[in-house]
Design a protein around this ligand. Sequence first.
Ligand code: ATR
Length: 270
Amino acid sequence: MADAKKIAGVIGWPVSHSLSPRLHGYWLKHYNIEGEYKAVTVLPDELDLFIKSLPDHGWQGCNITLPHKEAVLPLLDSMDEVAKAIGAVNTIVVENGLLRGTNTDAFGFSENIRPHITGKNKAVMLGAGGAAKAICYALEGLGFKEIIAVNRTKEKSDALAAQFVKVKVGEWDKRAELLAGADLLVNTTSLGMTGKEALDIDLALLPKSALVTDIVYTPLMTPLLEAAKARGNPVVDGLGMLLYQAVPGFEAWFGVKPEVTPELREHVLA
Ligand code: ATR
């Protein structure tokens, strides 16, 4: 008897704009796997029931997106060290009927920038929202000696500094000065996204060798990346983070470690 079709998907609210179905759908076809990757709208008051019934509905697991990445924690049977350290889960794997949570956002961020890093002494990270925790974890894992978290609302960057040993807090109003001597500048705020205002930062003090990256990928070249590129800094756009974060989930659910390729990028962007 043939194996039953394997099912996974992304759950969130809203999910209609998620690129994950295109991404996983490409790999399912490319690797000729009999599987399906769905996008399911799950409201906050439906989360408990939906997550607990994943095994009964034959799902191999799922991606969790906004606003459920933290709310899902108490519903799981176990979490790995990464998910515990970040305090958020973006990937659930069903194993023997039990729900294991992990977080692959840090992996995605690291894989995306790893080949382009030009130094690991000082990183300046703008923003301290949901994504910033995974980025701090990734920057520590990559070996950055000092990570300066700079956020408009200082309480949130203070919380990151309490959570991660290498993280220190910088003043939002001093963000331009803090760029002196940096090896990496990463934007984790939503500024620069299509429809939002651009990030307002003077790059004059940023060394020309510093890598600049953005987790915003709509547009691919944010005003920050455009400005950095124009003055000669190496830049990496945020789409790769999305592509790489999907690799561990796909492998766990469908049994094949998929590759991130230029063709995949083209397909997701099309
Ligand atoms: P979350 O990721 O927690 O849902 P968000 O609303 O998406 O939060 O915002 C992500 C980040 O963008 C936050 O660091 C936020 O700064 P605050 O903590 O001060 O809200 C930052 N951000 C959003 N709009 C901003 C703006 N106009 N100026 C500066 N930072 C901004």
